[in-house]
Each structure stands twice: as C-alpha cells, then as structure tokens.
Design a protein around this ligand. Structure first.
Ligand code: GLU
Length: 331
C-alpha cells in the first residue's frame, strides 16, 4: 500500500492546473470549484499552474482567458502565473524537467521509443477492448543505448517518446478520497508508460509530477479521467524519491448520452454564459446543485459553499447536463 501524505499536521497545498487548450466550461469549472473548496475549507494554500506543454493544442488566448474565468467565478489563489510567470507556467520550466529526465536516464529507468501507436497495437498479442490501455511491448528497450537526451531526435526529424522502464511485479495500490482503494497490476495494466515526447522530458506526465513535488502540493484534485494514469504517476514519484500526495478524483460532467461535454451538447463555456448575462452566482449554484449542496436554481458564491462542503454528502455519480440545466442556461 502506498503511504500517502497525511494532512494531519501538514499545511494543505492544492492546485488548479488548467491546460490552455480551450475555454473553461461547466465541466472543468466544477472540478476547479471542488479543488478550491477542498483547500479553502481547511485554510490551505492554493496555487494555479498553467499546463501549457501540449503544444499543438495550446491556444494563445486560453491561459489568460482561464484566469479571467476563474476570477469571474469568484475563485482566488495564493500564487500563480499572475504573481510569478516564470514559476507557474510550465513552458517556462523546461530546463527543470530536463534535470529530472537526466536523473531517470542515469538510473537506467527511461529509454527513447520510436514505435508508432499502430506498431504497438499490431504486436499486442491479446485482443484488446476499445477502452483498454495499450500496454507497450518493450520493442525499444535497450535499442538505443547511447541516446543523448539533449539532441534526441530521429534522423527523419521525428521525436521519440521517453518511456519509463517498469520492471516492478505485483500490484500498485493507492487510496483515492472519492474512489477508495484503486489497484492495478504493474505489468498487465501499466507497463512501460510514456513520459513525454520532448527532448527535455517536458510533457504532462513528468512535468506535473515534478511540479507537484517542487510546489509542495499535498492534494491533487482532478477529473476522474486521470484515475487510471495515477498509478504511473505514483511509479514516477517513487523513482524520483517524491512523496505521494492525497488524490481526489472527481466525476466529470457528462451529457445525457454519458459522453464528455462537447460542442454538440451546447455551448457550456463559462465565457459564453457570462456574455449571455448569467451571473457567477447562477453558475456556481448549478455547479453546487450537481454536487448535492444546493437546490436547483439557488444562487451562491464559492464562499457560501464553504459551510456546506463535505465529501460525505457529495454526489459521487457523474454530473449530467440534463434538459433542466440546458433550459436554465438557454443552451
Ligand atoms: N492540466 C490537466 C487538465 O487540464 C490537469 C492535470 C492534473 O490535474 O493533474 O486536464
């Protein structure tokens, strides 16, 4: 069992980690509200970290827009890109990730992989379901013994992906505050996972694990689409000698068809609701109703929810964009 950071005597440090790949919508706003409530209800420290390493998808306007939307909703933070851009914007921290990548390379725990997704799928022996994670077969393990991470690139200009050499046997186990005990088999369910497709290792997996450690984060609250990947994040923390924070994976907001919110389900962007004349109190009210902490249509600010915030009464099923919500916001 993974020993988790106990929050008993330790100050709580949480984070909001938006990816500026699009506008904030009702779904991610709900996760951010929950992260805010969880930290603020215990007088903890909250940081905002801009996770802008996903290059092709990053939009130049989206980082500023995300901060504006969060502020408009009534959320606040103690440090973030607005207080220190060099510290809280990941693209300014590439050299830091490079150092940790070097550490992993020195320990022989990381190797470059040039296999395409198709190649991995084709050699996977057992038939796999759509929803199953693709487990890497190790073709590139030991294949490029003298790879130089500073100049890592294939002759044709493509970048390899850095993979973690996972030799552990047995099961990974951690306790999530919402989902309880989460178990996965190292070899059957995790395998040699990808860290980043970047010469310095500046990609989501390595970068967020390094940053959560360096920024002293004790609680990681995020959408439960990342629940399974958490096992690989913990493997990485252990390899680097970092403690494991408390994980809290919250259900996503989905459309009536059970799918993640998308444009076809209506324009649920916070900026759009704001433009249509809705107030933060109305938006927070609906987010709180989804959690089980407000009547439908009740109007509230985040601080009004501090007294109601309680995981015991939190609705653990997915929040659904029902016709009633669509009607309320004229979607
Ligand atoms: N930046 C990630 C996202 O927006 C969040 C990842 C995390 O919280 O660890 O999906």
């Amino acid at each position: 069992m993974i020993k988790q950071v106990q929050n008993g005597n330790q100050p709580i440090v949480g984070r909001l980690a938006p990816s500026p790949t699009g506008a904030l919508h009702l779904g991610n706003a709900r996760s951010f509200l929950l992260a805010w409530l969880s930290v603020r209800s215990r007088n903890g420290r909250l940081i905002v970290r801009m996770e802008d390493l996903d290059h092709p998808k990053v939009k130049p306007w989206a980082a500023t827009a995300a901060l504006d939307d969060l502020r408009w909703l009534g959320l606040d933070w103690d440090a973030g890109p607005d207080t220190d851009a060099s510290e809280y914007i990941q693209s300014n921290r590439r050299a830091i990730y490079g150092k940790y990548l070097e550490q992993l390379l020195d320990k022989g725990l990381v190797y470059p992989c040039v296999c395409s997704r198709n190649e991995i799928e084709n050699v996977q022996s057992a038939p796999h379901r759509e929803d199953q994670r693709l487990i890497y077969n190790g073709t590139c393990r030991g294949r490029f013994p003298n790879w130089d991470s500073a100049t890592a690139m294939l002759p044709d200009g493509r970048l390899p992906v850095w993979r973690f050499k996972l030799e552990k046997q047995g099961r990974s186990c951690f306790v999530d505050a919402i989902r309880g005990e989460c178990v996965a088999d190292y070899q059957a369910d995790i395998g040699d996972f990808a860290l980043a497709r970047d010469p310095l290792g500046a990609g989501y997996t390595l970068a967020h694990v390094v940053d959560d450690y360096l920024m002293g984060v004790t609680e990681v609250l995020r959408g439960d689409d990342l629940l399974e990947a958490t096992h690989s994040h913990i493997v990485l923390q252990q390899a680097l000698g970092f403690p494991t924070p408390q994980y809290v994976h919250v259900p996503l907001v989905v459309a009536e068809d059970g799918r993640r919110l998308a444009k076809r389900h209506g324009d649920t962007r916070i900026a759009m609701l704001r433009e249509k004349g809705f107030t933060p109190r109305q938006v927070i009210g609906i987010l709180a109703w989804w959690c089980g902490w407000a009547e439908f249509g009740e109007e509230l600010m985040p601080e009004d929810l501090l007294a109601r915030f309680d995981w015991a009464s939190f609705i653990r099923e997915q929040a659904v964009l029902t016709p009633q919500v669509k009607e309320y916001f004229k979607l």
